[in-house]
Structure formats: structure tokens, C-alpha cells
Design a protein around this ligand. Sequence first.
Ligand SMILES: [Fe+2]
Ligand SMILES: [Fe+2]
Length: 280
Amino acid sequence: MTRTIVATPQDLTITPRPLGIGKHANAARWWHGGDPIATTWFNALSATFPQGETFFIEAVRRYRDDVGPALKEQIAAFVQQEAMHTREHVAFNKLIKQAGYDTSAMDEYTRKRLDIARKRHPIGQLAMTVALEHFTAIMAHALLVDRDPLPGAPDDVRKLWHWHAIEEIEHKSVAYDTYLAATKNISGLYRYYIRCKVMFLVSLLFWRANIRHMADFFRQDGINTPRTWWRVAKYLFGTPGMARKIFVPYMSFYVPGFHPWKHDDRALIARIERELQKSE
Ligand SMILES: [Fe+2]
Ligand SMILES: [Fe+2]
């Protein structure tokens, strides 16, 4: 029996879209409709994005001359998209600070973690990027597939997250394809082992960092209590249920022969993009 090999669609285009709204957005402390749980979940993610995405750019760009022309072009578009995400989330994170939060401990924690990551072998750094890009793509899908993603957010902030989610889905295979190209001389079994091992470790670090940052925000709000964390559990596993929704797509990464485009969600991003344009 022949197995169908799924790869990046040949007609995929990765389009860096200018945004520039972060600095004009609303700066309410609990900007997500006054809900500290939803606000903190997104704030904690955003706190790590600028440094994290800079790391992704470095890890992928390092291989741009070792890949074919089509992937090289995709890497260039990936770098542009991630650089713009960094810029917009720097602006958004300034709003978080203006709302009265001190994010310096989170920034320092992220810097230290990434300093450790930068000491790893370049293939290891690329595998970490592959793992985190899988997280961003499946979270982006889970966010956009909701009938009303970020219902309590002001328009500009909602737009920022929708825009970011669209581009994360669009470029979801770039790090993965770069990893396949960079490890082409390694046995299939060994490269499968590396990506799964790294994914497992990165998953622990990803959740640890998010929980740590959320606790920091809750402490600053004086609500770091069991009741708050019970509400977090309900938010992540109940409604809207981001952690619940990403569980199966997350596990698909461990299936041999996984490829991000086995799940083609281009129709979803086309629909959200149309809605974004209409709202302009
Ligand atoms: Fe991004
Ligand atoms: Fe990304």
C-alpha cells in the first residue's frame, strides 16, 4: 500500500500584512470585557511573544541557504511576518504596562530561558521552533474557529489577535519544512525521535512559563487564589476551552509522518481575513 505524503501546498502564498494598530489600541487593565481570566491568558502569551518570535526568526533563518528556492522564499516571508508580530506585540505589551502591570520579571525569565536555548545545537533550536510553531498554529486555529473569538475585546485588540492567528496558520509549515531539509541526512527514525523529544520538553516549558506569568499578573491584581485558578481551569478546559480544543491537534504531532498541512485550514483564514477587511 502506498502512503500519501502530505506536504506544504504548492500554491501556498505567505503574505506579510502590515497592521500597525497595537499602539492605538485600548489600554483597559482587564481589556477582555472586564474578565481578568481571559485578559491574563492573552497577556501572558503576549509577554513572551517578542522575545520568542525573535528566537524563531534566528533559528529558521540560519538555514535559508541550505533549502530549495520555494522554501527560501517562504523563510523570507516567515521572517517578515514574525518581525511584524514582534513589533505589534511590543506595542501591545506597552499597553499592558500602561495599564499598571510590571512585566519585568516575566521579560527576565523569558530572556534567561532563551539564553539557555541559544546554547543548544542549531538543529535543537530549530526543533524547539517547530514545536512552538505547532502550538501557535493550533491555538490560532482554535481561536479563529470559535464563532466569536475574543468577544469581550475592543476592536483593535481583537484585530491584533485575529491578524496574528491568520499569519501563524499561514506560515505553520515553514519551520517544519526547514527542519526536514536541515535533517535530510539523518535517519527518519532519529529525526522523528528528536522532534518528539523536543516537543515533549518544550510543552512542559511552555505551560510552566504561561502559568508562571499568569500567576505574576494575578498577584499584581491581588487575586492569585485557588478560586481564580479554578476559573482558569474552567476557561481553558470548559468554555471557550483552548486547552481542550488543542489537545487532539497537539497529539497529532507525535504521529509518524505528521505534517502541519495534513490539516488544511486555509478556508478558515480566508474567511477571517474577509471579515477583517469588512470591519475596516
Ligand atoms: Fe507570530
Ligand atoms: Fe509563527
